[in-house]
Structures are given as C-alpha cells and as structure tokens.
Design a protein around this ligand. Sequence first.
Ligand SMILES: *[C@@H]1O[C@H](CO)[C@@H](O)[C@H](O)[C@H]1NC(C)=O
Ligand SMILES: [Zn+2]
Length: 516
Amino acid sequence: MDFLKWRLFPMLALLASFLVIFYIQDSSKLSQSDCSLLPYSHYWITGKRIVTPEGVISGAVEVKEGNIVSVIKEADWQGNSKRGKIIDYGEAVVMPGFIDVHAHLDDPGRAEWEGFPSGTKAAAAGGITTLVDMPLNSDPSTVSVDTLMLKLKAAEKNIYIDVGFWGGLVPENAFNPTALQALLDAGVLGLKVSILRSGSLSISKSFMCPSGINDFPMTNISHIKEGLSVLAKYGRPLLVHAEMEQESESFPVDDEQDPKSYSTYLRTRPPSWEEAAIREIMKVSMDTRIGGPAEGAHVHIVHLADAGSSLELLKEAKRRGDSITVETCTHYLAFSAEDIPDGDTRFKCSPPIRDSDNKETLWKALLEGDIDLLSSDHSPTLPELKLLKEGNFLRAWGGISSLQFVLPVTWSFGRKYGVTLEQLASWWSERPAKLAGQDLKGAIVVGNHADLVIWDPDVEFEVNNDLPIYLKHPCISAYLGTKLSGKVLATFVRGNLVYEEGKHASAACGAPILAR
Ligand SMILES: *[C@@H]1O[C@H](CO)[C@@H](O)[C@H](O)[C@H]1NC(C)=O
Ligand SMILES: [Zn+2]
C-alpha cells in the first residue's frame, strides 16, 4: 500500500478504516465470533501439562477451524518459527474435554427441572465438552423418531457444548425392529433400558415422584434380547439401569422406621437388587461375544453402586469375553451413607449411596480397571420435589445434581488414591468417547475436534453461593458446602472458547451429535 497516498488523504483513510471495521463486525455476526470468546479460529495453545495419549507433555496444540491440527513437544516447538496467536496456559492442565455419557437435562417437557441452556452452561463451566442426554425425565421420553426430533428442536441454538442422545428401549418398541431401526437410523447413539422388574411388587409406586417417571416403563429380559439383536447391526451399545426388585425380600419399611433417616432409604434398595439385575443381564450379554448372535452390540451398566457381588459378576462377564463395560458416578466415590445427615434428601439417588467400605472398594475397582469409566448421572428436579424441608427420603425425588462439579470432585476425592491426569482423561474422555462412538473426540491428537478443558489442580474452593453456579437449581446440589480443589479456567468446544472464568460465549453453538 502506498504510504504517501494515505498521508495525502487522511480523511479518506479514516473513512476507509471505519468501513473495514463495520464490515468485520458485521460479518463476524454471521461467523463464529458469537460462538467463541476468542476472535480467531487459528491459534496455538501452549502449556507445561498437556495430557495426550502419549503422556503429559510440555508443548503446544495447534487449533484450526475447530480441529486439532498439530501437537508439538516443547523441544520441537522451540525450533518452530511459524506462529500465529498463542495462548499460554503455563502450569495449568490442558486436557481433552470431559465427556459425560449419562446426564438428564429434562428438555423438552421438564425444562423447569434443568433444560438444555442451563445444563450445558453448567457443563461448559465444569469442563464438559460433550454430554449424552438420557431418554427419560424429559417429556416425552426419547423412544421414537418423533420424540428424538422434539429433543433436537429443543436443543437447537440452546446448547453450549455438543450433545448426543440415547434412545429408550421400552416394551412398546422392543418387539418392533422397524421402529427401533428407525430410531437408530435417526441418530441415537445407543439405547437405554430402565429398571428390570421381576415381580409384581407395586409398593414402590407409592415412592415414585408424583410428577411421574412412570412414562418410562420397565423392560424384561426378552425386550433386552430383542434390543441387542438390533443394536448388533449398528454396533451401538445398550445402557442398562441394573436394579431388579426381589420378590423374596419383603419390603423392609414399616411405621417404626424413620423416613428422615438415610438408613431407612438405604434398606429399601439393597445391593442384592443390583446383583440380581446383573445376573439377569449376563444371560444375554453373552450374546455379544465374538461369534455370538449379538456380536457387534455392547452392554454398558450405568451407575454401579454395589462394589460387592455385582462387581464380581461383571468381572466374570468380562473374563468370559462378553462385550460389557460399567460406569460408576462421582457421588458414589465422594459420599458415604454414614455421613448423610438425616433429612438431607439432596443425597437421594438410585441405586443409593452405600457405606464407606463400599466406596473404598469402588475406588479400588476404578483404579484397577474393573470399572471402566465415570459419569455424572446428573438428575435434577424442582426443589419442591426434593422435599428439602420435609426431609422424607422415601417420598423425595431420587436424583443427584452434580454436573458442573464432576471434574473437581473426581480430582479432589481421587487425590488420596494418587489419581493421575492420564487416569482422569481415560475415565472421563477417552473411554466415554469410545462408548458413545465418537472417534473424533476424547483425546488430544491430530485430527480430533479441539474439545479441551484447561484447569488448575491446585485452586481450592467451597461449593457455595459465592460461586457462579449455572445449574438451574443450585440449592439441590449434593455438593453445596463441599470443599474441592481443581478450578476450570477455560473450556473449548470444537475450537470455540465457550467458557472462560465466569463468562460464556454469547451464543450457544454446541452441535447435536447424531450417529451415522
Ligand atoms: C416380557 O414382557 C413381554 C410383554 O411386554 C412378554 O411378552 C414376555 O413374555 C416377557 N418376558 C419375560 C421373560 O418375562
Ligand atoms: Zn440416570
């Protein structure tokens, strides 16, 4: 550009620059800049603790148009002269974003319980870059193509992170392969079945929340067998809530027992329920073995709470070659039955949080690889349905609110066991990505989506109202009052900086994830 000319026509230059600025601002509205707190789409992230599949490195990650395009160790970075924008995170940890394969965002239909906007804002603030939404607790449940379309509509422009969807396997669709295939063709990442019920016990109905979870009916082993044979063709997983009421055990609650005491609730859902369900599932999970009739399908047990016989059975199923995995949730690793105060229904969930010995054994199983991955099972509701004042464990809604805090919770409670950053990445990114069939997510490697969380392991804080909590109902979170370490500094989804220290990108640009 001719410098002299600019000097000769300063007014013109000023006018031109205004026009340029207007043009940039205007076009940025149409581009990604509302989706990201960063104004550019090509940049480098540098840091001393970048967690990659080859270990924790000091170096740089190059992000371009939403993808990771290079990962460079410090030694090679030094000699690399071509640079663009650099964001240096120093000693902070740079990890693949968390993938939560088990969350209930209750949208559509019960968005007042959580909903996509607040749920995914909280997730982003907690370092979660992808979550897979459960098919139940929304209204309607995701059990058909039509209901999946309602999910997609509710999620449109309302999700700050990427969101996939599990479909529901229920009696009404289990024996209808055409309907199941249509649901899978429409893109659910797999199917979920709810509680297996052997008997005709009706007593538990009175403990159900009045707002009705009854719209997600129970399945039996025949439904599950049918579902698995369809899933086999798609290579997608079946997720199982494994708790089966035992007819032989009479319901132990009587008038003598205090419904405000946690131990009363604990006795209503004994470990034998989990064990019985897993024993039942093992009759069909064997079909997933190589050469079996459902080869290609996979069974995943959600929210395992019993570290006893249930876990032993799962080890046996793995040994014999079933394609089976199991998750536990942060609340089973953080809390113990003995410590739950009377009347504090924030801690009610199913299966229930068991005693501290059980918790120790869960940790051991996780560290030894017998438990494959972690999830939040974030399952909020309205505060009035938690019956916080009344404190009745038998009548309160069962479900723990946790989504925003699973990263610091896993880290804080895991420190005692020497949990490493690589283990965190395996439990919360790599294996969840595999379960959900997301081969471009879950690790910092070239070609993957630039889904990243940056966090400081040493910052300590208490979960209280001084924090920005983005969940719709912070007062029901089981973690209120808990001291944690590990602060999320920044969260990137497909290269967009969607969250940074108390601030979200102005637009919700997360993508719905549909299986193909
Ligand atoms: C499961 O329920 C269906 C009805 O939905 C019934 O036809 C089938 O026999 C049941 N299977 C078992 C094993 O109880
Ligand atoms: Zn759940």
